[in-house]
Unconditional design. Sequence first.
Length: 427
Amino acid sequence: MGSGILDQAVEVIKNYPLCDRCLGRLFASLGTGLTNVERGLSLKILIAMHIHSRIVAGEDAYMDLLKQLSINAGGPFLKLYRKLSNEEVPGRLTCYICGDRFSDVVEEYVEKVAKILRSYDVETFLIGFRDPVEMEEAQQEIVDRFRLEHWEKVKEELKREIGKAVMSRYGYRAKYEDPDVVVEIDPVRDEVRAVFPSEIYVARLRKYARDLHIDSKALYGNSIESVLSEKASGVFEAEYISIKPSARIYPGYRVIGSGLSVSVEIHSPKRRFRDVKSVEDALNIDPERYSLEIISRVRRRNIGELGGYIRRIVYRVLVHFDSECIRDKAVEDVAEKIYGLSSEVIAQRTPSRMLRWKYDYTRYGRVKVVDVLGVSRGLFEVVLVSDKNLYIEEVVSGDYGRTDPSVSSVVGCGATPVKIDVLGAEH
């Protein structure tokens, strides 16, 4: 016929009965602003026009082709054949791919999706669709046989048409990123279910209680995560709530001052709050022990960047020196030696307390000592800014020489961190 696309389309419908939609889908990436129904019908009309021109030119052999296409493709072929031959031909055979059920499938699932959406307080949705196996296999057979290149999967058109119908009839909005709910359709099992994506927030955490863990690995549920999962999950109708800090925070540390950034993930919430303040109020169950100040909502792909922004952590450490060793040292001398740590590069092997589960390797970093205050004989308060990769407890104690230099080594006395507070972070 002089056109590769039309020649392909003719070969397809000579061998397989197809509706307009399923023919159009085999060439879905060609043309713009067309539905597959329009695309398929356009192909049939062009082919019928070409055949008609050949018959008018006296090429009667094209009548046999026209009859075959009338049976397999109907529409313009059937009308033309009946007019030219005065012969009654039965209507088109059932579509080989969809069995003439595509529109029925769309209608069935539009109603089921709408029913689910009406069951929850949602405004936006996304359709997920498992392969309709029989339709996909039938289409793939044609694609492979004729080496077609411009087709799309049946499920992609089903998702699109169901979504469009739900939007136009019921007023819900399709949203491809961060929808309120994903409606998953499994046509093989005839199942439709709602999946609620997690809501993820960046927050500023302050932890006032030293015996309070952040994550739920703590024993006896003494963690912020366990408090949130037990008492706040119900507010969101969520499965559970998790927290990921942007830096290492051990249970004995307080987090005060400007706090520390964390990500808070509310898993599968069926109830969603449109404003950040309502989310924040729901999360602050125990304000005497911790507080969460919501900064913004984020997408999952951005969570990994949270810790990457932090370069240094500000600590306040109450340090106890060995009393026998420190008693003959002047406070000013001790402070001067601790300040001197700022000019050193610290080599720190993996802390001995962690060797059971971490590889032994050496990391390097620096600290900047901001303030040293003698509290009482042998007790000093040290404020310092440490590179994020260093373990602050071992920066103080020296860990039997595994961290060098350390507060202990520069002063020349055994040193123990009694209390540690995180005052903030530098980016």
